[in-house]
Design a protein around this ligand. Structure first.
Ligand code: FAD
Length: 500
């Protein structure tokens, strides 16, 4: 029996693969370049504050969701508390006086949008009716498509049939193209600011539907805690995580993966290698581009990835109770981030809903700033560390000023300021172009699916956001679960799981 499995990366997909393989009797070890688990699902502590760098919503948080039992295989869902926000986001107009609330409840959302933008009634109604329609859809999650037989395929098709028209209509439409149809300027610009404009509308409709069902809650404790809990689960199941161990190469012999070589030069042999690390690095560097096909090259040459980002995080020595936590604030005159990026809106999160992230009576605030020029930040950090620090300060000063203008009483209460950049994302996660979620599900990409195996290379699998277009935490979980199902199938073993 295949036994020694080496997994590259302790992000959610690597941890998930490790847990499920351990549950099925395999001996696994994870090699992780960072000194903590989680990959992009992370947060960092500064002077008692935890600045969350990831999770806004965890799809599957409600017991009604068919993802819930899967999460319950990795973490104790009965113990995990969730917050379901009443308002997904509040977006202000340029005068900073009027706003639209994107309620998570679809009826409230509809009333709010109709009240604030009656001129767009028919668009609003088609938007909200699609959310209602998708709210009844449960994605098939239990069996990976790679191990499905013809009957499973047929069942999936039958399940999707009632939604086909909704899928077709909204998948072909980008967020930008949809929002450009609105007459109301706040809706027109606001929807684009709230989401990535190139993304297919279907994505936000499904997210709004899940939030409406209260099955996309924020997990109290945040991203790092979530990752730590899954890492704990993996270790309890007998797995080992080797932190501070970057994998440089994947070795192969006669078309079979045989092991890995660490940055230290140490070689580790394996019966199977699974890469849960960045896709580009895996294919083109760790495997020297020897195993690839046209489809893969098309992805890496043509398709757009989620941008990289800066995050300004502030620790405030004051409470901010009663303030709407998720807001988009206009930036008068725009904020130049780098040569390719000027920001018109600042998306902020006031973590007044999670008291575990700040000392008593204090509050953590973060602002996520997407950039089109990840390279600038890397070059700056490598080439001119003084200017790098100055640029970061300039941006955090501007963010503080915007918050001061909106809420008052901010500047004098800031006791911690932290700025991460694309250089931090790459240093700590290795993700290609510092992307925060892999491939964007654009209308062109369709329902893109990628293979978890490479042509000409046996005993090797790739998992995680680089083979699950659209990315996200549930696909990371499912990707790890899928690879365990594939390995069990090859081994003629029944796939089994254990729940909390
Ligand atoms: C700001 C932000 C907000 C997000 N919000 C949400 C959200 O609300 N909901 C949601 O579902 N998703 C969200 N996501 C997306 C989600 O976090 C990711 O899609 C998911 O965590 C990806 O997991 P992964 O395991 O596939 O990849 P990663 O997290 O990238 O894990 C890869 C791991 O491999 C390691 N690694 C890389 N190269 C090597 C190497 N050579 N050797 C050893 N180790 C290596 C990395 O250090 C990392 O730990 C968000 C992401 C970001 C950044």
């Amino acid at each position: 029996m295949i036994n020694r499995i080496k997994i590259i990366g302790a992000g959610i997909s690597g941890l998930s693969a490790g847990c499920y393989l351990q549950m099925n009797g395999y001996e696994t070890e994870i090699y992780e370049l960072h000194n903590i688990p989680g990959g992009l699902c992370t947060g960092w502590e500064r002077m008692g504050y935890t600045f969350d760098g990831c999770v806004h919503w965890l799809v599957g948080s409600s017991p009604e969701s068919n993802l819930y039992p899967l999460w319950n295989e990795l973490i104790n869902m009965k113990r995990q508390k969730f917050v379901d926000h009443e308002i997904y986001n509040r977006i202000w107009d340029e005068t900073n006086e009027n706003f639209i609330d994107f309620y998570t409840d679809v009826d409230k959302l509809e009333s709010e949008l109709l009240e604030k933008a009656p001129e767009d009634e028919s668009l609003i109604r088609s938007f909200t009716s699609a959310i209602r329609r998708l709210g009844t859809l449960q994605m098939p999650v239990n069996k990976a498509r790679e191990v499905m037989g013809p009957l499973d395929g047929l069942r999936t098709l039958v399940r999707f049939l009632p939604y086909i028209n909704t899928f077709k209509k909204w998948h072909k439409l980008s967020i930008k193209d949809f929002s450009d149809k609105f007459k109301n300027p706040l809706l027109r610009d606001g929807i684009k600011a709230l989401f990535i404009p190139e993304m297919a509308m279907l994505f936000i409709l499904m997210n709004m539907a899940w939030m409406g069902n209260k099955s996309a809650g924020y997990p109290i404790g945040g991203s790092l805690k979530l990752a730590e809990n899954i890492a704990k689960r993996y270790k309890k199941l007998g797995g080992t995580i080797n932190y501070n161990n970057r994998v440089d190469k994947i070795t192969s012999f006669e078309g079979k993966a045989t092991g890995i070589i660490l940055a230290s030069g140490e070689k580790k042999s394996a019966d199977i290698v699974i890469s849960a690390a960045d896709g580009y690095n895996t294919i083109f560097n760790m495997l020297d581009g020897k195993f690839k096909n046209k489809k893969m090259e098309k992805y890496y040459n043509n398709y757009k990835v989620f941008p990289s980002f800066l995050q300004v995080s502030l620790g405030l020595k004051k409470e901010m109770k009663g303030i709407e936590p998720n807001q988009y604030l206009p930036i008068p005159g725009g904020m130049k981030i780098d040569d390719l990026t000027t920001l018109d809106y600042l998306g902020i999160r006031i973590f007044n809903f999670d008291e575990t992230l700040a000392p008593k009576g204090k509050t953590a605030i973060t602002a996520l700033i997407p950039t089109e020029n990840y390279k600038y930040w890397i070059d700056l950090r490598n080439g001119d560390s003084k200017k790098y620090r100055e640029e970061k300060k300039k941006i955090s000063d501007r963010v503080t000023e915007i918050l001061e203008n909106k809420f008052g009483d901010i500047k004098k209460n800031v006791e911690v300021t932290d700025v991460s950049t694309p250089a931090s994302v790459i240093r700590y996660t290795g993700n290609w172009q510092g992307s925060f979620e892999g491939w964007i599900l654009t209308p062109e990409l369709g329902f893109g699916q990628m293979d978890k195996t490479l042509p000409g290379l046996d005993k090797f699998y790739m998992i995680g956001q680089w083979v699950e277009p659209g990315g996200g935490l549930p696909p990371a979980l499912m990707s790890g679960r899928a690879v365990a199902q594939m390995i069990c199938k090859d081994d003629h073993k029944e796939f089994t799981t254990e729940s909390f």
